[in-house]
Design a protein. Structure first.
Lengths: 542, 184, 346
């Protein structure tokens, strides 16, 4: 049966340069003295370390756990001692550092106790299966590094098609090619697990027609399986998820949507093999296949590399770095990032290390003004107007750039590749994108600052008002008594007098020691009483 | 003659009514210009512009009392955005008010802090936590880097440090200009 | 430690540069030029050489005055293409100053005063041509007769002497050399209310278009098709322009064949083919979106027919192109393609 294939608009046919790294089989990379494992090797939140400096760890032991839904755990890729948890340069276009766990290997490469679960995956709860994949630290190995367990959770969408991406359309890169040639059964085993998790109706494996050996190997391995291997005509950037979906199914994934929405999931073939390792062998993701190629190394080949191995070690194993190397690219020449040093470690998304000499890459030539030839628009796989975007990015009219769908750009580099004026178009888009993100962050921060400032202003106002109100109340309270003050005082005095009088009277009614008085004494008292009586009456009269 | 006068009067009345109706029907509420300007300002509330905050500066710009180049924290981006909004030509930042600096945050040296609360009173966005005789600390994410807290501190324990660049906040640099563009 | 470069991807670049694009355009013009020269003599070559030298000199001068890297831009080929297109539009054996003024005007006013390569809103060659046509109508309309119809062939030396001093060999008058172009004579004769059959019976009308002209146009057509094949130009503009010109002339032709020329005549006598493949396809001043190019080309074709049939000039490709240049930004704005994943794709 021949499947009907579709076409996306645009695309280019750059020279392939793939044969030089496919001459020898995949070799194991040497065990390095030191492994540098960044906590951020994927899209999403960085992992959280769960080991301390000085701890001894075994191969496959989890050393950092996922710290959110979109995150991934990290495992020790060999046995040894944790010597540092610090900021070190990681593979990133900026050349900046980020948190890494450093392991000094002990040379024993001793595994932690591991193995598959007791029950086969077909009998497992699907969410448990996903969790196993999640705790194995598996992310998309094609280059983007999105945590795979999330892409195996359709969250209610009915999945029709699982596509395994073996397109590998970038020049130079051959790691998926070699994996398909040498270990097709691992890919198939992983694909079956993924298909089970997704409950997908069909499973396709897409391979470009420049990889006939891989195609034959996969066809052979799929003989007794309900999996279709599809050969697609070579065209860059066919390996891009949404473009591949269009080619295989004719469906277009919505601009800011996910393939889930149209019932499709795409995984890289390397990811499938990693899922097989995790579920059928119980091994977490601690190594991957890396293509080391370019004229900068003497013996290009594919190596199975422990994650965290410094790139320099791989270059050494491939015959050392030539002195005429111009740049070290992680990934391919179309979308890869140039590294700032060779001590940067291999991470989960490192599919290729391209030691490029000047003849391998574009010699820096003069940038001419845009002549509006439209070659960029003709090759754009997303049907953008690259030159228009470039104008807006250059003049910092970011709003207009967004109106022209800047964020639909997949940075494939086709436009810059064909540009006769040699304008670094993709660089302009990246500049504009990061600038827009920064502006959005700043806007958010400014909004919070405004809110807090306004709140503070209103609080100060309120406090002032409250203080004024309190003062006014007090004043009012002080002022009112000013009239009744005397009355109160007089009343109080009067009350005190009355009390004293009453007391006196009570005392005066029954004087003590009046018994057994002499008549003279009695006379004195009577006289005194008479006088008092007199004064009392005179007082009252006056 | 009379017909002409009548006709013109009738036209005048009709248009007058129309205009009056339009004025009522399409009345613009409030003064959105101040808010639009305020939305562009970085809300640092630093007062470097000579006004007691971003909103007063926005009001001054809206009333044509202040130039658009008096906001050092906003720098070129803000000036261009303001020029765009107001239909003016972008002008360079007024050197009098300061210069555009990298984004900073305040850090309190907690060993030295005596807990006098002066900085808390100075902070325009309530980004400093603490109480009298208690050590103070700055909520970094809320700090706008306005430097208003530095001056009042009696023991000089507040430092302004540039925000550290990391891979999550890194920006691609502007591509090197070609000869042709540099002179445009 | 080796110094590593860290530019943005892509690290690959295709073989295309501005210079290769311009060279291919010139290469595609070559067959047409050769046949043109074969039909009309040395004047064609002299025009091209004169225009090219002037264009390069003016370009260098302007680059210097504008303080741009002279060497980088001088040999990008864009000035040469402008010069060649202008020279092909001028009458062979035109006086030298006509060619020099036109070429210099195109480079100075239509190109550099707008900002140089990539910034000119109008096609420089056509601006130069139109300026000459308006300023020097007499010189611009005295065309040579195709050699097959003319009575005399001028040698290279005689041609040069005529171009620079206006002197002809003894016994030869200018009238013996010149002749109206087919489009010109069609216009004049139609103005005299002659019937179409009567007009086209004249020897200057060949099988398809004008005698001689049809072969030149076929050569330009071949060059243009090669450019499309090489993906230097897209098919949109030529197809739309020639298609619309053919369609509209066909409509009028079947309605009233006595008063309107046939579509074939319109396509193969004047500058329609050259215009469609080499002038209207100028990317800098034209529309760039695929749909926009169709509208742009169709506009040029329709305008050409309108001006040819009812306007004051016999051929009108230059005016039509300039008019559509003005509309190009608007056309581009309204013909933005649907972006992948933005609805309507499934």
């Amino acid at each position: 049966m021949i499947r009907q294939l579709f076409r996306f608009k645009g695309g280019i046919h750059p020279p392939q340069h793939k044969d030089r790294s496919t001459r020898s089989p995949i070799q194991a990379a040497w065990l390095p003295k030191q492994l540098i494992l960044p906590l951020h090797q994927h899209i999403g939140e960085s992992g959280e370390p769960i080991v301390a400096v000085g701890d001894h760890v075994l191969k496959g032991q989890k050393i950092a756990r996922a710290s959110g839904y979109v995150s991934a755990s990290v495992h020790a890729s060999s046995s040894g001692t944790i010597t540092a948890i610090e900021e070190l340069p990681i593979p990133h276009p900026s050349g900046l550092s980020a948190s890494c766990i450093v392991i000094d290997t002990d040379g024993e490469d001793r595994w932690i106790e591991h193995g598959p679960e007791d029950i086969p995956y077909t009998e497992m709860d699907v969410s448990h299966l996903r969790n196993l994949i999640r705790t194995s630290g598996i992310v998309g190995l094609g280059g983007a590094g999105f945590p795979s367990s999330i892409k195996l959770n359709p969250a209610g969408s009915k999945i029709d098609t699982l596509i395994l991406n073996g397109v590998e359309c970038e020049p130079y890169i051959t790691c998926d090619d070699m994996l398909m040639r040498e270990r097709p059964e691992n890919i198939i085993a992983g694909a079956k697990i993924m298909r089970h998790a997704l409950n997908a109706r069909q499973c396709l494996i897409a391979i470009e027609d420049n990889k006939p050996e891989a195609y034959t190997a996969m066809i052979e391995a799929c003989k007794d399986e309900d999996i279709e291997v599809v050969q697609v005509p070579t065209l860059y950037p066919q390996g891009s998820e949404k473009q591949l979906i269009k080619v295989l199914t004719g469906k277009e994934c919505p601009s800011n949507g996910l393939p889930f929405q149209i019932g499709i999931v795409v995984h890289n073939v390397g990811t499938a093999a990693a899922v097989h390792n995790a579920i059928n062998l119980g091994e977490p993701l601690i190594s991957r296949i890396v293509t080391v190629t370019g004229d900068g190394v003497a013996e290009p080949c594919n190596l199975e590399v422990l994650l965290g191995t410094p790139m320099q070690a791989l270059l050494d194993q491939c015959g050392g770095l030539n002195s005429d190397v111009d740049r070290i690219i992680m990934g391919g020449p179309m979308m890869g990032f140039a590294m700032h040093s060779t001590e940067i470690p291999v991470i989960k998304t490192t599919n290729c290390i391209l030691a490029a000499t000047e003849s391998n890459v574009t010699a820096p030539s003069d940038v001419m003004p845009c002549i509006r030839c439209g070659a960029c628009a003709d090759v754009c796989p997303v049907d953008l107007l690259p030159q228009q975007l470039q104008w807006y990015a250059r003049s910092k009219e970011f709003e207009r750039a967004q109106e022209h769908n800047l964020f639909d750009c997949i940075e494939c580099g086709c436009c810059a590749y064909v540009c006769p004026s040699n304008i670094p178009l993709v660089h302009y888009y990246r500049y504009a994108k990061t600038e827009i993100w920064a502006q959005e962050r700043e806007k958010e921060k400014a909004d919070i600052a405004r809110q807090r400032h306004e709140f503070r202003q209103s609080r100060i106002e309120r406090e002032k008002a409250e203080k004024a109100a309190r003062l006014a109340k007090k004043k009012a309270a002080v002022k009112k008594p000013a009239d009744g003050e005397k009355d109160d005082k007089q009343a109080a005095i009067q009350a005190a007098l009355d009390r004293a009088k009453a007391k006196k009277e009570a005392q005066g009614v029954e004087p003590k020691n009046i018994e057994n008085m002499t008549p003279a004494q009695q006379k004195q008292i009577d006289d005194a009483n008479a006088r008092r009586q007199q004064t009392d009456t005179s007082e009252q009269e006056s | 003659m009379l017909t002409a006068v009548l006709a013109l009067t009738a036209i005048a009345i009709i248009f007058g009514l129309l205009l009056g109706f339009a004025a009522v029907r399409f009345k613009v509420e409030g003064d959105p210009l101040v808010d639009q300007i305020d939305a562009i300002l970085p809300q640092t509330q630093c007062g470097q512009c000579g006004y007691p905050g971003c909103k007063p500066y926005a009001t001054a710009i809206a009333n044509n009392e202040a130039d658009i180049n008096r906001c050092p924290p906003g720098g070129e981006t803000t000036i261009i955005a303001l020029a765009d909004l107001l239909g003016k030509d972008p002008i360079p930042l007024d050197a009098e008010v300061g210069e555009e600096k990298p984004k900073m945050v305040a850090i309190i040296d907690e060993e030295t802090c005596i807990g006098c609360t002066l900085c808390i009173q100075a902070c325009p966005v309530d980004a400093i936590l603490g109480a009298a005789k208690q050590m103070h600390t700055i909520i970094e994410v809320e700090c706008t880097g306005c430097e208003l807290c530095v001056e009042p501190c009696p023991v000089d324990c507040i430092d302004m440090v540039p925000i550290k660049e990391d891979i999550f906040h890194w920006k691609w640099p502007y591509p090197e200009q070609t000869d042709e563009e540099a002179k445009l | 430690m080796i110094k590593l470069n860290t530019p943005s991807s892509p690290h690959f670049h295709g073989p295309s540069t501005v210079t290769t694009v311009m060279l291919k355009v010139m290469l595609a013009l070559l067959p047409g030029i050769l046949i043109y020269a074969w039909m009309f003599g040395w004047g064609v070559i002299i025009n091209i050489v004169l225009a090219s030298i002037t264009a390069l000199a003016t370009e260098a001068l302007m680059l210097r005055m504008r303080q741009r890297p002279v060497m980088m831009y001088l040999f990008d080929g864009s000035a040469l293409v402008t010069a060649m297109l202008l020279a092909l539009a001028l009458p062979p054996l035109a006086p030298w100053w006509l060619v020099v003024i036109g070429s210099a005007f195109a480079i100075i006013f239509a190109k550099h005063l707008y900002g140089g390569l990539g910034f000119n809103p109008f096609n420089p060659a056509m601006v130069g041509y139109v300026m000459l046509l308006i300023s020097f109508p007499r010189e611009m309309t005295s065309w040579l007769a195709p050699l097959s119809l003319g009575e005399q062939n001028l040698s290279l030396g005689q041609s040069l002497s005529f171009v620079f001093s206006g002197s002809l060999p003894a016994g030869l008058s200018l009238d013996a050399l010149t002749m109206a172009t087919p489009l010109d004579s069609l216009k004049t004769e139609l103005g005299l209310n002659k019937a179409m059959q009567e007009i086209t019976a004249s020897p200057i009308f060949g099988m398809l278009g004008g005698t001689g002209w049809e072969w030149i146009n076929i050569a330009f057509l071949a060059g243009g098709l090669w450019l499309i094949h090489k993906k230097i130009i897209s098919w949109h503009v030529p197809i739309a322009m020639l298609g619309s010109l053919a369609l509209i002339s066909f409509l009028f032709f079947i309605i009233k064949p006595g008063a309107y020329a046939s579509p074939l005549f319109h396509l193969f006598s004047g500058g329609a083919i050259l215009g469609a493949f080499f002038i209207a396809t100028d990317p800098v001043s034209g529309a760039t979106t695929p749909k926009g190019r169709l509208y742009f080309g169709a506009g040029v074709g329709v305008l050409t027919y309108i001006i040819r049939s009812w306007g004051g000039y016999p051929d009108a490709v230059a005016f039509s192109v300039l008019l559509m240049n003005m509309a190009a930004p608007t056309i581009d704005y309204y013909t933005r393609p649907r972006v992948f994943g933005h609805g309507g794709g499934n």
